[in-house]
Design a protein around this ligand. Structure first.
Ligand SMILES: *Cc1c(COP(=O)(O)O)cnc(C)c1O
Length: 447
């Protein structure tokens, strides 16, 4: 027996982990600086090869987070249905599908993505969203999805009609609105009566009775989703207590409730302080959700998006210019709000780090990090203390795996960035950078 082999995971001398296991600083080969790596690839190499701005994802970070999430619920029969809207790249969906993950979709387009990746994955698909069209319902019926989450009486009527026309039974759950406040940004809080989501819990038993009357609807579950980026776990428990009461009531009414869909919404740490390690945090989350359901013999469905993919992604961008307006210092970078809109849309905080870390670089300075788009809202950070940065330097904007690329647009006729999935020493282009011709393709200058 020799000394234990140093495994890849073990942190090596001089290595500083930023987001484990995806991002870390490692010593540069011949210089006294540290270079930010995604797994085993130095980011300057990726910038060179694929250009900037560039979304990069760590495959092992995604797998690790999916496994931790799944493991946290080991005590209960459950299916993790990754929320496709957080990041719908086919390469990401494929990676998760191979691991046995199911999917939560909110459109016919997202369903089609899942089917492209694996036809058989339909059995693990739940379909959410307040405005499903007849065509989307038809596609989901044909694919044979696991569950429709129904959000209104009109939607229930339409699904009953589409299912009958096709003679395919649709399994349904009603998404109830538990009226619990989730302490998060008002735009991503969904569990209050004043929000558009779900049906009021006091109305549920009438709608369940209506659904049970329909020959082609099979009532199988109750579903709930109270919002996103929730870091205080108490609202999850409150919501599940109400759901548990409803399940008991519905069973008394004679409905066979087998599934509870607990939705998504588990938050991540966008700053380095605050939340416990993911394995612990997701463990607490699992307890918060499962405890009220104890003894009910249910199959739990979970729809995590951000908590699986958020910290696994970074946006690599190059500094174009320095700019001083009076005493205010700006860094103009080549990424913009069209590539990552979260700061502009939610005033979201994202950590921004230099790809090269040089201990001898000098004193920190205060910058606004902004993009080239003609909007004051086009910023990534305001009054941010950072090490000195030169024109041409690379920066990484962290924790952008979720609600990053999926919200990207072509505003200012900017082609959207490429996306790269890293696995160990391999980088795979999972979406090429748009060309200007891609942007014009659907338009016509003349009749
Ligand atoms: C957005 C959404 C999710 C995923 O939320 P995260 O905060 O990314 O975990 C899950 N379920 C539904 C119905 C959603 O709308």
């Amino acid at each position: 027996m020799g000394k234990p082999k140093s495994r890849k995971r073990a942190s090596r001398a001089g290595e500083i982990s930023l987001r484990s296991p995806g991002l870390s600083y490692r010593p540069a080969p011949k210089a006294a600086v540290l270079l930010l790596h995604c797994e085993r690839l130095p980011l300057p190499e990726l910038a060179e090869k694929f250009g900037t701005p560039l979304y990069i994802y760590s495959g092992n970070a995604i797998r690790h987070r999916y496994r931790e999430f799944d493991r946290a619920f080991h005590g209960l029969p459950h299916t993790v249905c990754y929320s496709v809207k957080a990041n719908s790249n086919l390469g990401i969906l494929r990676l998760l599908s191979v691991m046995g993950c199911g999917f939560d979709v909110v459109s016919g387009g997202e369903l089609e993505r899942v089917l492209q990746v694996d036809r058989k994955a339909a059995r693990k698909v739940v379909f959410s969203g307040v405005g499903k069209t007849a065509a989307e319902m038809d596609a989901a019926l044909k694919a044979g999805i696991l569950l429709f989450n129904i959000e209104s009486e009109s939607e229930l009527e339409l699904l009953a009609e589409r299912a009958e026309r096709r003679r395919i039974t649709a399994r349904i759950a009603l998404r109830v609105n538990p009226d619990v406040p989730a302490e998060t940004h008002p735009y991503i809080s969904t569990g209050l009566h004043r929000h558009k989501f779900g049906v009021p819990i006091h109305d549920a038993s009438r709608l369940y009775a209506r659904a049970a009357d329909s020959l082609f609807l099979e009532v199988v579950g109750v579903s709930v989703h109270i919002g996103s980026q929730i870091t205080n776990l108490a609202p999850f428990t409150s919501a599940m207590e109400r759901v548990a009461d409803l399940v008991r009531g519905l069973r008394e009414d004679g409905h066979t409730i087998r599934y509870v869909d607990a939705g998504g919404g588990l938050g991540i740490a966008y700053t380095q302080i605050g939340l416990p390690e993911f394995a612990d945090f997701v463990g607490h989350y699992a307890a918060a959700i499962s405890t009220p359901l104890q003894g009910l013999k249910l199959h739990l469905l979970l729809e995590p998006g951000r908590s699986i993919i958020g910290p696994a992604g970074a946006l690599l961008t190059r500094v174009l210019y320095h700019k001083n307006n009076n005493s205010k210092k700006f860094l103009v970078v080549d990424a913009a709000m069209n590539d990552l809109v979260r700061p502009a849309l939610y005033d979201a905080y994202h950590e921004i780090v230099s790809v090269v870390r040089d201990a001898a670089a000098g004193e920190h300075q205060v910058f606004d990090v902004v993009g080239p788009v003609c909007e004051t809202g086009d910023f990534f950070a305001r009054e941010r203390e950072m090490p000195p940065v030169k024109d041409g330097d690379l920066l990484a904007i962290l924790d952008v795996g979720a609600y990053g690329m999926v919200l990207a647009s072509n505003y200012n006729t900017r082609p959207r960035p490429a996306e790269v999935l890293v696995d160990g020493k391999k980088a795979r282009l999972i979406r090429r950078r748009e060309k200007l011709s891609d942007l014009f393709r659907l338009e016509k200058a003349k009749a």
